[in-house]
Write a protein that binds this ligand. Structure first.
Ligand code: AMP
Length: 503
């Protein structure tokens, strides 16, 4: 696998692989330790290749464990500390994990769970051990499985193989024109979100220094800025939401990151205002808008947002398809629509996943194979709506109830299904509230099983407290409104528009 060869190559030089809150790990250490981790997996779990579950945040050790898993021919499943214990346990059970490593204090009720101390002790038994390439993940083997919000209330595990990753990294390195100097690249999103794949793989392949920001640092904007000041950042990769959050502080400018060359934004609609402000604060910096679902390995389109594009568009384009991939816009019958007509975005190419882990039903619903001019493509129906204008793709919303809130992918039905598990809730509808053309927060309307005489505020507190056992904090609706019934439309479906009027 290319990334593993490259780590070995950079290990011969004096390069930093990652810096997290001031703690550094060199390529040499990453290569050596990941070999030892792989040796441990291979020797102690000889008959098992189930994915390795890793719970934590941005610790450098996670990087070692992930690369170790790949060297041992196993996939890894990163689960962030922000996930509630219930959700983590659900994933462990669903994938029938044999190895679980937890760098958190959450009780996962998993027999033989590895803590930081126990995994470090296990690795040290293999000090100096080397793993031959024959063991590494290859071809269609999974490299990682990322769990995203699922409409049933259970997260779906997207499988990404070595072949998927190779096609993405090859295109992307070229598209970004990444050099291989040991300069800093932002590594902010938690490893359980697919955006993190971008700095991780593009960074390590090109010998960069991953500049990780831990949850603890990110919780304090002053500390975040102090870290950024030290970073000598060259390549910024984030959601527009994170860039906007930083820009709320006037000091987020060239003075903070004087050598910043490229700002790469992906994950949700990029508002022109965000780009205009970035151009003002970081004059001369290259700004790229990119689009893609986890199911097609992070990104599948990209475009430079030049001054001309910015001044001519109210909605910014998401760009051109990745080399070797095809992106169609289709109607309800799957037929391609004409230029400027809206339809569902369907992606076909080598970076499209084989499907959801151990979930054939969900996989069949959205993944398919199609032969085009003698070539067999893997396809994925994104559920996103879009249109082409002058051969450039534009995004214009969703077909379903999936949303992006502060860059996080959320299925509203996921929240609803988990809300229905909360004591005394009979039914619920969750809706996004828009402000300035973007979703600012969520509101849940709930009907109680039994009237309890409590105020709306008291009920809200009780519901939120129980709900956080089931879903991550970023999915918990800001407002909860107890109602007696839901208004219905002519088709006897909940009238969501009318419901919003209650607010
Ligand atoms: P995720 O799987 O978390 O990467 O989320 C993928 C979804 O995010 C896509 O299906 C889109 O709905 C949305 N998305 C990603 N990039 C963009 C973008 N540049 N503009 C608008 N929506 C985007």
């Amino acid at each position: 696998m290319e990334i593993l060869y490259k780590i070995k190559e950079y290990a011969k030089q004096n390069r930093i692989a990652v810096n997290c809150d001031g703690e550094e790990l060199t390529y040499r250490e990453l290569d050596k330790l990941s070999d030892e981790v792989a040796s441990y997996f291979i020797k102690e779990y000889p008959n098992d290749k189930s994915p390795i579950v890793i719970c934590g945040n941005k610790e450098n050790l996670i990087l070692v464990l992930m690369m170790g898993a790949l060297k041992s021919g196993r996939a890894y499943i990163p689960l962030d500390v922000t996930f509630p214990a219930d959700r983590i346990k659900q994933v462990i059970k669903e994938v029938d994990a044999k190895v679980v490593i937890s760098l958190t204090n959450i009780d996962l009720e998993f027999e033989g769970v590895h803590t930081r101390q126990s995994i470090e002790a296990s690795i040290s038994k293999y000090s100096g051990a080397k793993v031959s390439e024959e063991h590494w993940v290859k071809g269609d083997d999974n490299c990682y499985i990322l769990f995203t919000s699922g409409s049933t209330g259970k997260p779906k595990g997207v499988q990404i193989s070595k072949n998927n990753l190779d096609s993405f990294t090859e295109w992307f390195t070229e598209c970004l024109k990444v050099d291989n100097e040991n300069t800093a690249i932002l590594n902010q999103p938690s490893y359980s979100f697919d955006l993190s794949v971008m700095p991780l793989y593009i960074g390590l392949l090109n010998g960069k220094k991953l500049f990780s920001l831990s949850k603890k640092t990110l919780e304090n904007m002053r500390e975040t800025f102090d870290e950024l000041k030290k970073s000598d950042m060259r390549l910024w990769i984030s959601t527009p939401a994170f860039a906007s959050l930083c820009m709320q502080d006037i000091s987020f400018s060239k003075e903070l990151m004087p050598n910043l060359e490229t700002v790469y934004l992906i994950g949700e609609v990029l508002p022109p205002k965000t780009v205009a402000l970035l151009k003002e604060r970081f004059q001369g910096v290259r700004i790229i808008n990119s689009y893609g679902p986890t199911e097609a390995t992070v990104a599948i389109t990209a475009i430079d947002i030049t001054d001309e594009i910015l001044s001519c568009n109210k909605e910014l384009p998401i760009g051109y398809a990745m080399d070797g991939s095809i992106i169609k816009v289709v109607d309800d019958q799957g037929k391609e629509v004409k230029e400027e007509e809206k339809g569902e975005i369907v992606v076909l190419g080598k970076s499209v996943s084989k499907g959801y882990y151990l979930n054939e039903e969900m996989t069949k619903r959205v993944f398919f194979d199609e032969e085009i001019e003698g070539v067999l493509y893997r396809g994925y129906k994104t559920g996103d709506m879009g249109y082409y204008k002058e051969n450039i793709l534009y995004f214009c919303g969703r077909k379903d109830f999936q949303i992006k809130l502060n860059g996080f992918r959320i299925e509203l039905e996921d929240i609803e299904n988990n809300l229905r598990k909360v004591t005394n809730i009979k039914n619920t509808v969750v809706l996004p509230v828009n402000k300035d053309d973007k979703i600012s927060h969520l509101v849940a309307f709930v009907i109680l099983e039994k009237e309890n005489g409590l105020s709306n505020l008291k009920n809200t507190l009780l519901i939120k407290d129980e709900l956080k056992k089931y879903i991550p904090v970023y999915m918990i609706p800001r407002n909860i409104k107890v109602v007696k019934e839901f208004p219905v439309n002519n088709n006897d479906k909940v009238d969501r528009k009318k419901l919003m009027e209650v607010l």
